[in-house]
Structures are given as C-alpha cells and as structure tokens.
Write a protein that binds this ligand. Structure first.
Ligand SMILES: O=C(O)c1ccccc1NCC(=O)[C@H](O)[C@H](O)COP(=O)(O)O
Length: 224
C-alpha cells in the first residue's frame, strides 16, 4: 500500500498496536502526558513494543516507527521512555535548540507539533528548520483544554499552503476515516506533505481505539 504515511496516535494496548501495524500504519504514537486519556506508562509501552517487534518477525509485517509524545518533558522523563523509540514528538514549548540537543542526546528523530488555526501560524515552522525532522501541523486545542492535542477538532487545511519550509510535514487534527481522503487530496500538490496523523477519529471513546476504524482510516488515507 503506498500513498501518504499514516501515524496512529495514542496506542495503549497490544491489540491496537497489532491492528495498526497489520493495516499498514507507518508510525505508532505513545502518549507520555499524564493528563491525557491516552497516557501510557513507559514500562507498558516497552512491553507492547517488544511484543509487536516479535509479531512483526513472525508475521512478516513492517514494524512501524515508534513515537513518544511529550509536553515540556524534563531529562528524567525522557530518559525513562522506551529505548526502542525512533522518534520524540514534542507538543510543548520546546525551542529549536532543545529539539536539536535532545535529538542528538537520545539518538531519535524529532517531530515538532505546531498548532494552527490560520495561515500565519505555519510560519513558526521556519524556526525548526534543521532542528526537527518532521513538523506536525495540528489543530489548536479548544479554549481551556487541559492538553495540547488529541481533541478531534479540525482546522482549515488550506492554512498549510503558506508553508514553504524544507522540513516535511504531517497533517493532524480532527481527521477521520470519512474526511482523511479529502485532507490528503487537499495537500497533494504540496511537496512538503508526507503524511496524516489521527487519534480521536479512530476511537470508540476517548482513549479506546477501534481496530475497524484504524483499518478504515489507513485504507482511506493510502487509497486517496
Ligand atoms: O492525544 C492526546 O491526548 C495528546 C496529549 C498530549 C499531547 C498530545 C496529544 N495528542 C497529539 C496527537 O498527535 C494527536 O494525534 C493529534 O493532536 C490529533 O488528534 P485528533 O484530533 O484527536 O485526531
């Protein structure tokens, strides 16, 4: 299956990890932010990753890239993360310099999330050229929200057309199996577009992923 890369965010159990990987997910995200309904203890994430790795050898599916999500995390929290993570995704106030330093220190690629509601918001991405490997353009959280992502709210995808940076980007925020093909089509002429990310849109309830919705989302995204 080709097409854009797909990131399934908020994995909390092996069933979800297996469903996503078998359906062709390119990235799996583990949320290490305690106030999230998708929070997972690092030790549990490590267990899932090891089981998934074993299944990938046995069944022959590709092991997705493994992403840890953090919000202004300190050194201790980052060092407790599973060692097999390939990416750190930052949703807080991490500066470009800190992204660069942490990428080198932990030998991971960096995804920097930037909240967007209007075209000017994407200009902030220029600060992260050479510091982040991927930019994740996400919807701004609703006023008063207790966490920076995973709210199932969308933004006007055309806002991203003003992005002219070199760093590839992933589109996120309110994507679902029903709208992801339109989201992908909206970016098809943008050379920086590499993928889509989803959390709420493949859940039956906050933090409860649906294997059927994950499969439908990946088919729609990659078939678009
Ligand atoms: O999902 C969370 O609970 C979360 C908590 C803290 C920081 C980031 C979080 N999610 C970030 C993501 O990458 C989501 O997939 C992204 O915001 C899109 O979410 P959704 O609109 O629910 O698909």
């Amino acid at each position: 299956m080709s097409g854009p890369q797909v990131k399934i965010c908020g994995v909390k159990d092996i069933e979800t990890a297996l469903a996503a990987a078998r359906a062709g997910a390119d990235f799996l995200g583990f949320v290490f932010f305690r106030k999230s309904p998708r929070f997972i203890q690092p030790e549990k994430a490590e267990e899932i990753i090891l089981d998934l790795k074993e299944a990938s050898f046995e069944e022959g599916f590709a092991l997705p890239k493994l992403v840890g999500l953090f919000v202004d995390a300190g050194e201790k929290e980052l060092s407790e993360a599973p060692t097999l993570l390939t990416h750190f995704q930052f949703h807080g106030h991490e500066s470009a310099e800190r992204c660069r330093e942490l990428g080198e220190e932990f030998a991971v690629e960096i995804i920097k999330a930037l909240p967007v509601s209007e075209p000017d918001d994407v200009l902030k991405a220029s600060e992260f050229e050479g510091a982040a490997d991927i930019i994740l353009f996400d919807a701004k959280p609703p006023p008063g929200a207790g966490r920076p992502g995973g709210h199932g709210v969308s933004f006007d995808w055309s806002a991203v057309s003003s992005y002219e940076g070199e760093t590839p980007f992933i589109l996120a925020g309110g994507l679902t199996p029903d709208n992801v093909a339109d989201a992908v089509a909206s970016q098809k002429d943008h050379s920086g577009f590499v993928g889509v990310d989803v959390s709420s849109g493949v859940e039956d309830a906050p933090g409860k992923k649906s294997p059927a919705l994950i499969s439908a989302f990946i088919s729609s995204a990659k078939g678009a």
